[in-house]
Design a protein around this ligand. Structure first.
Ligand SMILES: C[S@@+](CC[C@H](N)C(=O)[O-])C[C@H]1O[C@@H](n2cnc3c(N)ncnc32)[C@H](O)[C@@H]1O
Length: 239
C-alpha cells in the first residue's frame, strides 16, 4: 500500500474525504518531517506507512468531534512536530491555529512546514503552556485546545483549560485503556471549570489499536491561580 492510498482510504474510514491538494500537502509534510528528523529529534516514527497512520490519520481522527469546524480558533499544546494541529489545519483550511511547544527547534520546523505547505493564519509560540496560560493575550481566548501525547490527563488539564473560553472545549487525544487516567483527572476537570462531555473510542485505520478522544467543555472560568508556575503541575498534579 502506498502513502496516497493509505491516506485516502484511511480518511474514508474516519468518515472524511481528502482532496488531491490536501493529500499532496500531507505528502510534502511527511517529506519535510523525515528530512528534518535526520538533524533534529522530531519523531521516533520513521516508516512512511506509520507516519501516515500513527501521525496523520490519528491526528485527523479529531474530526469525529462534531463541534470542530472551519472558522474556530484552536491551540495545539505541546504540538511537537505538529500533531494533531497541522493535519487538522490541512483538513480545515480556515481554522485559526496556534502551535505551542517548549522546544524552539520544533517551532522552527513547524514554521518551515507551514510556509512550504502554504498554510495561513498559523501562530507559533515557543515556551511553556504554564506561562502562556497566564498571559492575557492567550488566556481564555480559544474555542478549542487540543493535545496529544503530552502528559497525563490531570496535568494536561492544567496546561490546556486556561486557554479555553467559557463555552469552548478541550480535546485530549489518548491511547487505549484510559479509565484509570480519567478517574484521576476528575478532580482537575472540576477545579479548572470543566465538565466531561464524552469519551469517543476510535479505531485507528489499518491497525488493531483503538484510541480515545476525551472531550471536556469549559463551563466556568478557570480560577486565576491556575496554571501554577512552570513545572508545578507535573510535580504536584491536581488530584
Ligand atoms: C511526546 S511529544 C508529543 C508531540 C505531539 N503532540 C505528538 O503527538 O506527536 C510532547 C511535546 O510536548 C512538549 N511539551 C511538554 N511539556 C510542555 C509544556 N509544559 N509546555 C509546552 N510544551 C510542552 C514537548 O516539548 C514535546 O514536543
Amino acid at each position: 500500500m502506498n502513502s496516497v492510498y493509505i491516506l485516502k482510504e484511511g480518511a474514508k474510514q474516519i468518515g472524511i474525504d481528502l482532496s488531491e491538494q490536501q493529500i499532496q500537502q500531507l505528502i510534502q509534510y511527511k517529506e519535510l518531517l523525515l528530512e528534518w528528523n535526520e538533524k533534529i529529534n522530531l519523531t521516533a516514527i520513521t516508516e512512511e506507512r506509520d507516519v501516515m497512520i500513527k501521525h496523520f490519520l490519528d491526528s485527523l481522527s479529531c474530526v469525529k468531534v462534531s463541534r470542530l469546524k472551519n472558522g474556530v480558533k484552536m491551540i495545539d499544546v505541546g504540538t511537537g512536530a505538529g500533531f494533531p494541529g497541522i493535519p487538522l489545519k490541512v483538513y480545515y483550511q480556515d481554522i485559526q491555529l496556534t502551535l505551542l511547544d517548549s522546544l524552539n527547534k520544533r517551532i522552527n520546523f513547524l514554521q518551515t512546514v507551514c510556509d512550504s505547505l502554504g498554510l495561513k493564519a498559523v501562530e507559533f509560540l515557543h515556551g511553556r503552556a504554564e506561562d502562556y496560560g497566564n498571559h492575557k493575550n492567550y488566556r481564555e481566548k480559544y474555542d478549542f485546545a487540543v493535545a496529544r501525547a503530552v502528559a497525563e490527563l490531570n496535568i494536561l488539564l492544567e496546561y490546556c483549560m486556561p486557554f479555553v473560553k467559557v463555552g469552548g472545549y478541550f480535546i485530549a487525544q489518548k491511547g487505549p485503556n484510559i479509565e484509570e487516567e480519567m478517574n484521576r483527572g476528575q478532580k482537575a476537570i472540576e477545579i479548572l471549570g470543566g465538565k466531561l462531555v464524552e469519551k469517543i473510542d476510535i479505531p485507528l485505520p489499518f491497525s488493531e489499536i483503538n484510541h480515545n478522544i476525551v472531550i471536556i467543555k469549559k463551563i466556568k472560568q478557570t480560577p486565576t491561580k491556575y496554571p501554577r508556575k512552570a513545572g508545578t503541575p507535573t510535580k504536584s498534579p491536581l488530584i
